[in-house]
Design a protein around this ligand. Structure first.
Ligand SMILES: Nc1ncnc2c1ncn2[C@@H]1O[C@H](COP(=O)(O)OP(=O)(O)OP(=O)(O)O)[C@@H](O)[C@H]1O
Length: 338
């Protein structure tokens, strides 16, 4: 697999200075810049439908980005533009520093695409499918590389099997293996676990983690929020063609970790007592309740002090309940109401 180290090794060995310059410029393009850079990308289909609106996104080498969004949000359109399957109406995208339109071949050779649909030749053997895929990128046969990929994806035992003889999970792994045969540095996985059972989904997550460990940058689209939670470094949320946010998963998790305590009072109040102002409570006249929000993962939740101050303010409680906003709540909130 082509890795950063391999590039660096090649850069160190040029025989001639001019060649060295060329390599260094290639090095700068491929290593120093973000591996994927999308600027002001928009797409309007011939029907007039605006599928992408001014999308900007930078992806660093070696990260896993999960792109979440409801049906029709524009995820596949975005991937298709980067892979050269759909033309953007405006804006640019580069992969490894190469423009996906002006330097299509170079850009495309750095990309592996695992489509949502299983599209394999049923009577081809697994090994032949992989050699064929590599050949499509103009690369010479490399049985050692194919063996390595098959082993990593636990397909070595099935190398001589025909695709038609494989289970659904194995076919999905063959799709990934095919996408890796030309040694891409960026792998797009479009809904890699759509409709697969929990066990297989976890197996796929392990494969993705292994690929990341090998230095491959991964962009996956998914409807499964727990999938993004399990494997992504960053999460992007797309809705109606707009990238609403791209955020570090752990930061988002901390936001998701927000909890609320709903405190129902015995008596209604006219206003929140001044002594409780620092808690930013919300009062609902409808059910005479106070709501307190706090960071579940925070060092201090402030709950003990709140209850003490509620007592000091003379408020008598009827009932208390807690609730936690899930990632799903946040996601639904984001896509429904920007
Ligand atoms: N060739 C096309 N012509 C017109 N509209 C299209 C075309 N392809 C896609 N669209 C529309 O663009 C929007 C975005 O589609 P896209 O497939 O990118 O969404 P998605 O986020 O991948 O959805 P899903 O999660 O359902 O796969 C949709 O409303 C879709 O109907």
């Amino acid at each position: 697999m082509t890795t950063t180290t391999a590039f660096v090794d090649r850069v160190r060995r040029p025989a001639h200075l001019a060649v060295a310059d060329l390599f260094i410029s290639f090095f700068e393009k491929t290593i120093m810049a973000a591996i994927l850079s999308i600027q002001n990308l928009s797409k309007q289909y011939d029907s007039g439908f605006q599928a992408l609106k001014n999308v900007n996104l930078e992806i660093e080498e070696g990260e896993i980005l999960a792109l979440l969004g409801p049906n029709g949000a524009g995820k596949t359109t975005l991937i298709s533009i980067i892979c050269g399957l759909v033309n953007a109406t405006s804006g640019t995208a580069t992969v490894g520093g190469f423009d996906v339109v002006d330097e299509f071949r170079k850009a495309r050779s750095l990309i592996g695409l695992v489509p949502q649909e299983i599209s394999l030749e049923p009577f081809q053997t697994v090994t032949n499918a992989l050699h064929f895929s590599r050949g499509l990128f103009g690369k010479g046969r490399d049985p050692a590389l194919i063996e390595d990929i098959l082993k990593k994806l636990s397909l070595w035992d099935k190398r001589d099997s025909k695709v038609v003889e494989l289970s659904g999970g194995m076919k999905r792994r063959v799709l990934i293996a095919k996408a890796l045969c030309h040694e891409p540095r960026v792998l797009f996985l479009d809904e890699p676990t759509a409709g697969v059972d929990v066990e297989l989904r976890k197996e796929m997550w392990e494969v993705v983690r292994q690929l990341k460990a090998d230095g491959v940058t991964i962009i996956l689209t998914t409807h499964y929020i727990e999938e993004a939670e399990a494997i992504a470094d960053r999460i992007g949320v797309i809705r109606s063609g707009e990238l609403l946010l791209v955020e570090d998963k752990d930061l988002l998790m901390r936001r998701m970790g927000q909890r609320q305590i709903r405190i129902e009072l015995m008596q209604p109040i006219d206003r929140i007592p001044d002594a409780l102002a620092s808690y930013n409570l919300e009062y609902s006249e409808e059910d005479q309740s106070l709501t307190y929000s706090y960071e579940a993962n925070g060092e201090r939740t402030g709950i003990t002090a709140l209850f003490s101050d509620l007592g000091k303010a003379g408020l008598i409680l009827r009932d208390v309940e807690t609730r936690q906003s899930s990632l799903e709540d946040i996601f639904v909130g984001l896509v429904e109401d920007k």
